[in-house]
Each structure stands twice: as structure tokens, then as C-alpha cells.
Design a protein around this ligand. Sequence first.
Ligand SMILES: Cc1cc2nc3c(=O)[nH]c(=O)nc-3n(C[C@H](O)[C@H](O)[C@H](O)COP(=O)(O)O)c2cc1C
Length: 208
Amino acid sequence: MLFDFATLSPNIRYKLLVSTVVPRPIAWVVSQDVHGVLNAAPYSFFNAFSSEPPVIGIGVGRRSSGHAKDTRANILETGEFVVNLVAEETASAMNVTAIEFEPDVDELAEAKLSVCPSVAVKPPRIAESPVAMECTLLQMIDLGPNSGIVLGRVLAMHIRDEVVLDRVKGYIDTPALKLIGRMHGTGWYARTSDRFQMPRIPVSEWKR
Ligand SMILES: Cc1cc2nc3c(=O)[nH]c(=O)nc-3n(C[C@H](O)[C@H](O)[C@H](O)COP(=O)(O)O)c2cc1C
């Protein structure tokens, strides 16, 4: 069935995209306003786009009221944020931080999460997250009023000691991270425990 996006409402376009582009990793973004008020929220229009330079991207829409989400406002104000990744054990806490609280509410306190200081940026990271990336704003690509894509340069990563297999070689025990992804509809998620391996095929082998 063909869906011509020119004829569809924004709501249907959203549903088609999020029901099919799955699973999506979740950026659990910690930012701060200029007064230091902490903010945390999950964003699943998210991925890593480049390793050299190391760049991640996050799609931040507007609130239903049309106002900017706090994450967007804070990143534009301060240019700094931390992307934490979400493991199974922190799924419910992540969901609490998705509540559209007023800007002065600290979602981390609401979700009873603790923080550790960052080394290169002001916003702290979530202590309960196995992976955190300290980022600075590289570029905001505007996609309409109060909505856009945040491109962030990764300055430093924190990875839980137990899952670092070889620090020098950069080997990580990825399955042990137990990260989750966002699926379709209202509130569906996927675990990353169902995997299969398929090595790349060298061109020489293919031609044989
Ligand atoms: C798993 C999950 C993923 C989400 N992904 C996005 C997203 O990619 N873009 C977006 O604008 N909102 C997304 N949201 C909604 C925001 O988290 C929500 O609007 C939040 O209140 C924004 O908080 P803030 O104003 O503190 O930034 C997501 C919510 C959940 C639960």
C-alpha cells in the first residue's frame, strides 16, 4: 500500500514512521538551564551518525502546546548535554522522566535517580545508566517552530567497568549492557537479548 506523505496528517506520518523504523535506541538526555536546574527526558529519534568526528543526532519535537521542550531550550542555551543509554533495569525510571513536567521540575529527582559529575560538560550523567556520552552542540537543524535535530559532538564516554572487556582495544560486552529499544505504538519496547551473527563477506570470497 502506498502512503503519499503529501496527503497525510502529521499524526499519521508520525505513526507510520515510528511503527516501522524499529527498534530505536533511546537517548536519555540530561541537560541544565542557565540557572543549573536539571532536566532529563528520553528521545528515540536518536542514533550515532559518525565516529570521526564522533557525532550523535536527536530529533526533538515541540510540546503539544507548541512550546519548546526543555531539552531543546537547555541545549540551545548552554550548548551542553549528556546522552545516557537505557538498560532494562532503568526502563520504568526512564518512563517517569518522559512526563511533561513544568521546566522547574527535576525529573531525575522525581524518578529517584542519582547523578555523577561529568568531566567535560556541566550537566551530570545518570549514575544508574551503564553508558553515558558527554556532548556539546555541534549544530541545531531547525525543522519548524521549536522542533529540530540536535547534532552533538561526543567529547567523552563513560562505560560501566564490568562491561569493559579490553580498555585498550575498546572491546565492550554489549549484550551485558541489556539496553532496550523503542518499538511501535504506545509503550512498546524491545530487549536486545535476541541476536544472531552474520559476518561481512569479503569481495574476494563473493567472487569465488
Ligand atoms: C521512549 C520515549 C522516546 C521519546 N522520544 C522522543 C523523541 O524522539 N522526540 C521527542 O520530541 N519526544 C520524544 N519523547 C517524548 C519526550 O520524552 C517528552 O515530551 C518529554 O516530556 C520531554 O521532556 P523535556 O521537555 O524535559 O525535554 C519520547 C518519550 C518516550 C517515553
